[in-house]
Design a protein around this ligand. Structure first.
Ligand code: AMP
Length: 112
């Protein structure tokens, strides 16, 4: 989608350094990190939110990529959190599906 910031990042129109990339997924550091590790994992094709996913392969590529990144960064021992905010009350601010991978500190529960 032409005015979507994450489409622009995925397409290289906005320069970003990917921590992971394959045919379907790109991952990059969050510009406003909420933890020492805060990576966003996105599908390269535009999908507005988790509610708009109609192909289960999107989930497998997104989740397996996040787990691969966590492994690569050695996050398993201390743990990590994967979050997908959806819609207004879910706290979604960018309307392109993204998974937050958070780690590096004790994360509180319940979320705010
Ligand atoms: P959400 O609130 O779940 O939609 O998350 C959107 C996330 O995108 C926030 O954590 C923002 O800090 C992050 N973000 C927004 N613009 C950019 C950008 N240009 N590069 C990296 N992260 C971004």
């Amino acid at each position: 989608m032409s005015d979507c910031i994450f489409c622009k990042i995925a397409g290289g129109e906005i320069p970003s350094s990917f921590v992971y990339e394959d045919d379907n997924v790109a991952a990059f550091n969050d510009v406003n990190p909420q933890a020492p590790v805060h990576i966003l994992v996105i599908p390269k094709k535009h999908i507005a939110s988790s509610a708009a996913v109609d192909d289960s392969s999107v989930w497998s590529s997104l989740m397996s990529s996040a787990v691969k990144i966590a492994r690569k960064l050695g996050l398993e021992e201390n743990g990590y959190r994967m979050v997908i905010n959806t819609g207004e009350q879910g706290g979604q601010s960018v309307p392109h599906l993204h998974l937050h991978l958070l780690a590096g500190r004790n994360l509180g529960w319940p979320p705010g």
